[in-house]
Ligand binder design. Structure first.
Ligand SMILES: Nc1nc2c(c(=O)[nH]1)N[C@H]1C(S)=C(S)[C@@H](COP(=O)(O)OP(=O)(O)OC[C@H]3O[C@@H](n4cnc5c(=O)[nH]c(N)nc54)[C@H](O)[C@@H]3O)O[C@H]1N2
Ligand SMILES: Nc1nc2c(c(=O)[nH]1)N[C@H]1C(S)=C(S)[C@@H](COP(=O)(O)OP(=O)(O)OC[C@H]3O[C@@H](n4cnc5c(=O)[nH]c(N)nc54)[C@H](O)[C@@H]3O)O[C@H]1N2
Ligand SMILES: [Mo]
Length: 700
């Protein structure tokens, strides 16, 4: 009889959680993945982890290195041995290093495996290229660029990583506002949704604010409030107007923990610009009825503590910086910061430290150069003439599929066409791998061992459950072999195998019983009910923030010096007569960004359709079950339409992450959202604005 082995594993994916799972293995083959029976009660995995075997054994999984034979992007490659592949890559890199120099290499990717201590695509690629002699790095993030940019102005740089909450503290909440957060699909840690469901069962109202009636709105919301995308700051301002007018704000708390509220109050009352930010004013911008704003504000004002949990969506918009600042102003004004059951109003994800455990160190880079990740194709195409620090000649991509996930796919393809050398480490021939010269096939988390940081107060142990499929290698091994060829092997590896690095990290971690950790797969940090900024809020003089004032800076002088309003102010994006509809591009439930887009099992469960309100369809003569053409200044796609009142009038929605399929006529027929998006970022953070897109839709 064959023996089934059960080994703790965890995904190491960029999907908002790292989950305690076990892999069941027999005869060296993965049978299934399920929840770790020893996990804490509110934690669970999801379909994207349970079904990872589909990627591991996928017929199109790359099993050997590939070298391009046809034109870039043609998809013509030949399989080669590792020796040949590594020789081509190291020679190509050496040429660029000699002339014009190492900074001509642009590092792309990183989120592929982003939770591991050792197998961490971002840290490994940075470590490798630092040893190489330097590179041009991508800075900021697609995910939370605007939020990460403004949070230090609000809380001080040292307190950003102390501004989150442990989900368990939600048991104290009397109201939960999911502001552009679709926690049932895009989870922020693997226990948040369960905690919110539990509060809902206890009768705590849950409000979801989202242009789309998401799965979260359907399942969790007592009330769904649709609003036009990118207008959250205006809605928040009008909520604050009601709170101020009805004297429902907490002035003693405001005075104690913040500076600048008086300036914001003047702005909200219109004393600075002559325009009071009333619900009637907001209605014209957001499309939310004034009565709804008043009801929301009253409920919010009388329910304490209230947790305002924003999605990252509200800041991936033009002016998204202001939405983050205004949310913090709201939570401050209502006395909800730093109290159990409340929240700071910014992103709660990865905003508290996890248990101590080192991860792969990155040495300082000689002559560091960086470009905002959202603008990477611009940096390649425009170089110094466009104000970027370097001229890019090579792209090194590890754990990214930016031809697909980066905005403006056509521009991304042009950027790849421009360089002399493009290398990808991948599982699949993704659109980005297709644009590369050499593709090196890598292992998945199931084929290697690691500690995974789930961004809650836990560590997870992830065993090597199966042998590497085909001729695949770890990213770490590949980098060691390339570093050897390029003359810095010892510096890169320190003579250690991946397992030896892991062993050292564990020795230096706070885990005392390492064998037990390996056996259970879960290490639980001491305090599971941490409420960020609570020390500061209970005694701001003893525990000041590291802002100039030591308080939360509702009005920020340093921010104003960047040329933007000192207090949070709505500044928006509006469609044009030629492109009159707003488009949002949310994350799919059945994909991790673009991962699984090539697997029919996932596609069958979530079809790639453009959601459109019946009113907008009627206006355009668009019928049910038809195909439509969606056009933006950047490009065109043809896709199935779904006519539904789950999306508000004036807005269409298309899930992000589909791999583009561009025909001879230049039109994409897969439904790739980023054919339509633009790399012009939101300022001043120079970050993603993939929920600020204007399109026209026509029947075909
Ligand atoms: N299943 C799954 N989970 C994931 C991912 C995935 O691809 N799939 N990706 C992970 C990653 S990398 C990230 S960064 C996070 C992303 O997490 P989020 O950024 O929070 O996710 P989104 O799906 O972009 O948006 C969340 C919700 O906000 C709504 N929304 C869009 N625009 C607006 C707006 O202007 N205002 C308001 N109020 N709502 C708006 C969308 O309709 C959606 O329902 O998710 C992570 N988790
Ligand atoms: N329109 C639109 N576009 C978006 C978004 C949106 O909301 N709307 N969201 C943005 C956000 S928040 C993000 S984070 C980005 C994500 O953009 P990407 O980082 O490109 O996201 P993924 O699709 O997860 O790509 C990761 C790639 O790494 C590979 N990979 C996984 N594990 C490993 C590994 O261990 N080693 C190596 N070498 N490769 C690995 C996977 O096969 C996959 O192709 O997309 C952004 N793009
Ligand atoms: Mo992200």
């Amino acid at each position: 009889m064959k023996q089934t082995q059960r080994l703790p594993v965890s995904c190491n994916k960029d999907c908002g959680a790292g989950c305690p799972l076990v892999a069941e293995v027999a005869d060296g083959r993965l049978l299934r993945i399920r929840d770790n029976p020893l996990r804490p009660s509110h934690m669970s995995g999801c379909v994207r982890g349970y079904q990872m075997g589909r990627a591991v054994y996928h017929p199109e999984r790359l099993r050997s290195p590939l070298v391009r034979t046809g034109p870039r992007g043609s998809g013509q490659f030949r399989e080669v041995g590792w020796d040949e592949a590594l020789r081509i890559v190291s020679r190509g890199l050496e040429r660029v290093r000699q002339s014009p120099g190492p900074q001509a290499v642009l590092r792309l990717g990183g989120s592929g495996s982003c939770r591991g201590a050792v197998h961490n695509t971002e840290l490994l690629s940075r470590r490798f290229l630092a040893g190489f002699g330097g590179f041009t790095d991508t800075t900021g993030s697609y995910s939370s660029g605007a939020e990460s940019f403004v949070a230090p102005y609000l809380f001080g740089p040292g307190h950003v990583r102390r501004s989150g909450i442990d989900p368990a503290t939600l048991r104290f909440s009397r109201l939960i506002l999911l502001w552009g957060a679709n926690v049932e699909d895009t989870r922020f840690g693997c226990e948040l949704a369960a905690r919110i469901r539990e509060q809902k069962r206890r009768g705590v109202p849950v409000i979801v604010i989202d242009p789309r009636r998401s799965r979260t709105a359907r399942r969790l919301a007592d009330r769904w409030i649709p609003l036009l995308p990118g207008t959250d700051t205006a809605l928040m301002a009008s909520v604050l107007h009601v709170l101020i007018s009805e004297d429902r704000i907490d002035r003693p708390v405001i005075r104690r923990i913040s500076v600048g509220f008086d300036a914001l109050e003047r702005h909200i009352l219109g004393l600075d610009d002559g325009q009071a930010k009333t619900p009637l004013w907001a209605e014209k911008i957001c499309g939310v009825p004034p009565e709804t704003v008043v009801e929301l504000a009253r409920l919010y004002g009388r329910s304490r503590p209230a947790a305002l949990i924003p999605g990252l969506s509200i800041q991936r918009t033009i002016g998204g910086e202001e939405a983050v600042r205004m949310a913090v102003a709201l939570q401050t004004a209502t006395g909800n910061v730093g109290v159990p059951g409340g929240s700071s109003g910014t992103n709660i994800w990865s905003r508290l430290p996890g248990p101590r455990c080192p991860r792969m160190p990155v040495p300082p880079t000689p002559q560091p150069a960086g470009v905002p990740v959202y603008c990477w194709p611009d940096a390649v195409l425009e170089g110094r003439a466009g104000g970027y620090p370097t001229e890019i000649r090579a792209i090194y991509n590890v754990g990214g599929n930016y031809v697909c996930t980066g905005s403006d796919v056509n521009r991304n393809i042009r950027a790849f066409e421009r360089v002399e050398l493009a290398v990808s480490h991948e599982y699949f021939l993704t659109p980005t791998a297709r644009c590369s010269d050499v593709v090196l096939p890598v292992t998945t988390f199931l084929e290697r061992e690691d500690v995974v940081f789930p961004e809650t107060n836990h560590l997870l142990y992830s065993h090597r459950a199966i042998e590497p499929v085909g001729n695949t290698r770890n990213d770490y091994t590949i980098f060691c072999q390339l570093a050897d060829r390029l003359g810095f092997g010892e510096e890169f590896s320190r003579g250690r195998s991946a397992g030896q690095w892991l062993e050292r990290f564990l020795q230096d971690s706070e885990v005392s019983d390492i064998d037990e950790f390996r056996r259970t797969g879960i290490y639980i940090g001491a305090d599971q009910e941490r409420c960020g900024l609570s020390d500061f809020v209970s005694d701001p003089d003893d525990h000041p923030l590291d802002t100039p004032s030591g308080r939360i800076e509702i009005a920020s002088r340093p921010y104003a010096e960047l040329g933007f309003s000192e207090v949070p102010t709505w500044r928006g994006f509006q469609p044009t007569p030629a492109y009159p509809l707003y488009m949002i591009t949310p994350h799919a439930r059945y994909r991790v960004n673009s991962q699984y887009a090539n697997d029919p099992w996932f596609a069958e469960r979530e079809s790639q359709e453009l959601w459109m309100n019946p009113r907008d369809a009627l206006n355009r003569g668009i019928g049910r079950n038809s195909r439509v053409e969606v056009e933006s200044p950047q490009g065109k796609i043809r896709v199935e339409v779904r006519i539904t009142d789950r999306i508000m009038p004036g807005v269409v929605s298309l899930l992000a992450g589909m791999w583009p399929r561009i025909g001879a006529d230049g039109v994409d027929t897969a439904g790739a959202a980023n054919i339509l998006t633009s790399t012009v970022p939101t300022e001043p953070s120079r970050s993603s604005r993939t929920h600020s897109v204007a399109v026209q839709v026509r029947a075909v």
